[in-house]
Design a protein around this ligand. Structure first.
Ligand SMILES: Nc1nc2c(c(=O)[nH]1)N[C@H]1C(S)=C(S)[C@@H](COP(=O)(O)O)O[C@H]1N2
Ligand SMILES: [Mo]
Length: 213
């Protein structure tokens, strides 16, 4: 695997430091568009500059860690799982939002029913084929709008947007949703992911502008 482009990462880190001093709203916004965001009609691509090509016959998604029944899915097995569709809004920390994204795939709660997280599991660490990772509270993953999507707008997710499969967690900034996802690990302790170790918020709530730690 090639390394992510360092200059891009450094720029984004500097930007995180600069923005972290900015005042945040005192109360949680109830608007559909979160504070500090603007609407975009296109669909920008945000990643580390790596778009790994994962042939479907080699694709695997592993569910590991503190679960009763760890499981690794092949593409055929994955597509045999109950499918779920959800329309949601998408908020990137770099201030663009996109409304009404129609994703389909497998609901996170379906996976949780299959692997059965142990009571000690409190966090989830997602790892991707491009070396990316991100950590999320298990509680947030269990919301009924969270899914591992394989389709956008009725078509397979393109490589630039994170295919074959990507995580969608509408209520958090989009960096919490791993594109090209490869492993979902259930953990007791919170282990910060790629952007979380580089100054981004651990909790990432768009409606309180919870962008940076
Ligand atoms: N594997 C991986 N997932 C990732 C990223 C990444 O660099 N690698 N970038 C994140 C960020 S910052 C955003 S805003 C969204 C962007 O998704 P898009 O490129 O489909 O707009 O993916 C998130 N998931
Ligand atoms: Mo982002």
């Amino acid at each position: 695997m090639t390394e992510p482009q360092p200059s891009f990462i450094e720029r984004k880190e500097r930007w995180a430091r600069k923005m972290s001093g900015k005042a945040r709203p005192a109360v949680r916004s109830e608007e559909r568009l979160p504070p500090g965001q603007h609407l975009t009609s296109g669909f920008p691509v945000l990643d580390l500059g790596l778009r790994p090509e994962v042939p479907l016959e080699q694709w695997r998604l592993a569910l590991t860690g503190l679960v009763q029944r760890p499981q690794t899915f092949t593409w055929a097995e994955w597509n045999g799982l109950p499918q779920f569709e959800d329309v949601s809004d998408f908020h990137c920390v770099t201030t663009w939002s996109k409304f009404d994204c129609r994703w389909s795939g497998v609901a996170f709660f379906t996976l949780a029913e299959l692997v059965q997280p142990r009571p000690e599991a409190k966090y989830v660490l997602f790892t991707s084929y491009d070396g990316y990772s991100t950590n999320v509270r298990l509680e947030d993953c269990l919301d009924d709008d969270v899914l591992i999507a394989t389709q956008f707008d009725g078509k397979p997710i393109t490589r630039e947007h994170g295919g074959p499969a990507r995580v969608i967690i509408p209520k958090l900034y989009a960096w919490k949703g791993a594109k090209f996802v490869r492993e979902i690990e259930f953990t007791r302790d919170d282990r910060p992911g790629f952007w979380e170790v580089r100054g981004y918020s651990n909790t990432a709530d768009p409606w309180t502008e919870d962008r940076f730690s």
